[in-house]
Design a protein around this ligand. Structure first.
Ligand SMILES: O=C(O)Cc1cc(O)ccc1O
Ligand SMILES: [Fe+2]
Length: 460
């Protein structure tokens, strides 16, 4: 069994299950019995519905939650645009570069001077589509060095955020309750859910990756002939329990209750200052909620005979497009695993893919790529866009070609991941230039030296 974060004591308790109908009450009697919107909801609370799909979405896709809260979300003055310079917003509006070249990035900088909180620390590296059409994705890295202000909350109207911490744990207070998300864990913060992020530990340094999904929601992949268990199992997903604070003023003038709520709306940032805490949900029930998952719980499946299977076998979560079997975003991991394939080239094969592949490394190394300076290292990334050829670098190829094929554990202490998309992604100006992490000579170092093993027509 791999070492999981679950062996480390956690601050919070969770509900468990993926796509389950859940309910949670932080105060007894806060949930109405057998109805959603009584004339007077229990305990003087307001009932508020949060829809994650159209009211009329088919039953198996329908997502909504009823929140029972001290004041409704709409009790706020109008949102105003945030005018201060903000990298998170700036990167959204940069021209995107569509290039066939393979790209690799050195580890992205930490927020050394503690200038950014989680929201300000997000930078769009690459993306496709448009949140106004509810189509496409945004691929981010983040680096933050300070907590969000005590009385601040954020939500995105643009999509669901899949969070992949790489260094530094995050303590996330959501409207639904609290959750801790550490490296080797992931979280999903659905569209519209308000949250506030604190960095765990004294070093106050956190870095990671994120994917914003402008369309649909993540689901577990089909298991087909694998059967009814395997890959990410539903019971290992954890959902916050209701948790609320009482912080509200009777009038807008009561300055001591100044809560700033920020929203990303069509990739612009807006804010309002309201008289009550957005974290005032006393109880909730529904199937639209934030959740987390420990990647150490992944039940990895692979060949026990020959040949290297498609990496789709490592899919944790998938967000389908309208085309069956074709994802707008797959979240795929490469965890420690046994390789036993006989007469098999065991690392990834050379390939060109109609899907785009953005990869990151949470920890350790990756079996097809050199680590070390100028290689594929934790906190860095690579992008192999639509039909850009890639595969093992020369040394990895030669090593694997000659390797003795005894059972071998690869990736001990490692975890790479991939955001794979059917969309061609464009790289932002920040991603290509301003971050100054793009490695020169990625092709040269990886593939220029690949050897000719063909001995010539006449010697075969
Ligand atoms: O390119 C990569 O490194 C990711 C990848 C891994 C694998 O095992 C097979 C195909 C693939 O794209
Ligand atoms: Fe690939």
């Amino acid at each position: 069994m791999p070492v999981t974060n679950f062996s480390i004591p956690e601050k919070y308790e969770y509900l468990v299950g993926f796509d389950s109908y859940h309910q949670s009450e932080a105060h007894p009697g806060a949930l109405p019995l057998a109805q959603n919107s009584p004339q007077k909801p229990p305990l003087g609370l307001y009932a508020e519905k949060l829809s994650g799909t159209a009211f009329t979405a088919p039953r198996h896709e329908n997502k909504q939650t009823w929140l029972y809260r001290i004041l409704p979300s709409c009790a706020h003055p109008p949102f105003e645009p945030v005018t201060a310079h903000n990298e998170a917003v700036e990167t959204q509006h940069e021209k995107k570069h569509y290039i066939p070249n393979q790209l690799r990035w050195d580890p992205f900088d930490h927020d050394e001077h503690a200038e950014h909180d989680f929201v300000d620390g997000l930078k769009l590296v690459a993306g496709a589509g448009d949140p106004t059409l509810k189509q496409g994705i945004g691929i981010y890295v983040y680096a933050c060095g300070r907590d969000m202000n005590e009385k601040e909350a954020y939500y995105s109207a643009d999509g669901d955020l899949l969070l992949v911490p790489q260094e530094g744990g995050l303590d996330i207070r959501t409207e639904f309750g609290r959750m801790v998300v550490r490296p080797m864990e992931i979280a999903v913060l659905p569209r519209g859910v308000k949250y506030r992020v604190e960095i765990i530990g004294d070093s106050k340094k956190a870095r990671g990756y994120a994917l914003e999904l402008y369309q649909g929601h993540f689901q577990l992949p089909e298991l087909g002939p694998i059967g009814s268990n395997g890959l990410a199992n539903a019971r290992d997903f954890q959902v916050p329990k209701a948790d609320f604070e009482e912080d509200y003023g009777a009038t807008a003038q009561e300055g001591k209750n100044e809560w700033r709520v920020k929203v990303k709306f069509n990739n612009g940032l807006y804010e309002t200052v309201q008289r009550h805490s957005p974290f005032d949900v006393v109880a909730w029930h529904g199937n639209y909620y934030p959740f987390k998952y420990d990647l150490g719980r992944f039940n990895t499946i692979g060949t026990i005979s020959y040949d290297h299977p498609d990496p789709s076998i490592f899919t944790v979560l998938t967000a389908p497009s309208e085309k069956v079997g074709t994802a707008v975003a797959d979240f795929v991991i490469f965890p420690p695993r046994w390789l036993v394939g006989e007469d098999t080239f065991r690392p990834p094969w050379y390939h060109r893919n109609t899907m785009s592949e953005f990869m990151g490394l949470i920890q350790g190394g990756y079996d097809a790529k050199k680590g070390g300076k100028g290689g594929f290292v934790p906190g860095g990334a690579s992008l192999h866009n639509v039909m850009s050829g890639h595969g093992p670098d020369r040394d990895s190829y030669e090593g694997a070609r000659e390797a003795e094929l005894k059972p071998q554990k690869v990736g001990e202490g490692s975890c790479a991941f991939m955001f794979e998309s059917c969309l061609m992604v464009g790289v932002t100006e920040w991603g290509l230039r301003r971050c100054r992490k793009v490695q020169g000579g990625y092709n040269k170092h990886s593939w220029e030296g690949v050897e000719v093993h063909w001995k010539g027509r006449n010697s075969q």
